[in-house]
Design a binder for this molecule. Sequence first.
Ligand code: AMP
Ligand code: GLY
Length: 425
Amino acid sequence: MKVLIVGSGGREHAIAASVAKSGRVDKIYCAPGNAGIGKIAECVPIGAMEFEKLAAFAKEHAIDFTIIGMDDPLVGGIVDVFEEAGLKVFGPRKHAAILEGSKAFSKDLMKKYGIPTAAYETFDDPKAALEYLETANMPIVLKADGLALGKGVLICNTLEEAKAGVKEIMEDKKFGAAGNHMVVEEFMTGREVSVLSFVDGKTIQIMSSAQDHKRAKDGDQGLNTGGMGTFSPSPFYTAEIDAFCKEHIYQKTVDAMAAEGRPFKGVIFFGLMLTEEGPKVLEYNARFGDPEAQVVLPRMKNDIIDVMEACTDGTLDQLKLEFEDNAAVCVVLASDGYPVSYQKGFEISGEETFDGKEGYYCFHAGTKADEQGRIVTNGGRVLGITAKGADLKEARANAYAAAEWISFENKYMRHDIGKAIEELT
Ligand code: AMP
Ligand code: GLY
């Protein structure tokens, strides 16, 4: 069969690598893709938001199955456009992708259906938000309602910071229209875990857990980013926590969406915080995490096409998800200065060292081939270096060794991805 993947980051490269392993697939296209994806798929120069063009391409090339990797097209309704054109596509429709697209929607859903999450208020008027903050406890969390590349969340320690935050989000519109509405949320403490799941509208199956490192600098300092590195599984996600989430969070969310007339098919990403009072939902995403996908998918034993088709067909209950009994760590190689400002266009060397090395992956995120065919940096997050190991400690050592195989001029990485694992050993 022929598969089209929509997106251009490390997540889509990891998806493409899993699709390439499927015995059922003869040809992979990726729109728009990147330099690394181009090695296993044919990249098509159509943007992820050009829904009509993408659907026309899929028709013309007799694509059997399309996978949407990114949040923006999902929230914008790409799945509806494909389905209306009679094309088979993996991902939630627009009315279900709102689970990620509006934080106010997801918070109201959790409140209505009793799913544990932080206490909150929503505002569409900055004056009302400011008034509320005057009497609120600090620290407090401000969230732009809409999509903001994972950056529309401000943790404010003082009233002054909170006031400045309201100005940034609602008045200066730092995150664009995402800031027309704002959620103000209780600050929670605890360890974060990412749990990705496959959903077919009624059945949900959980993938192996992961943990991201969202801050730019070692020791969780610096600004929030799209994610600087991940490990999987998370040893902090115990059987007891899993049982709690299965009872109070996962199926409840799927049932709530169905009850609202918004059945969800695709991937639900549960961003959880393990608080002293138990696990609570920080956020939902309607897609794989990035860079969570880079550590979870390489460990999945199932044929990814079988699983995704079961989601679109509503037959997920007939399938058993299986993961390797090992671990993986992903270290993001970024451009120094990310997420604020950075230079691009530097040549990347050393990737050939990965050739033929089982269990090592060099996933491309912000890269492109220049006019001379050299692979150069083209974004804040450049590569995701993933390695497997028998356990997390070994995977971590392998990933950091492999991170040294690559060089480019302003290469930057965190050195403490997965360091928390050491607390346990
Ligand atoms: P989100 O995009 O909602 O996941 O938020 C980004 C990051 O901000 C999360 O991964 C947390 O580290 C942090 N965060 C979000 N909400 C809260 C909260 N209520 N309390 C503490 N930290 C939070
Ligand atoms: N790594 C966090 C996310 O994909 O949203």
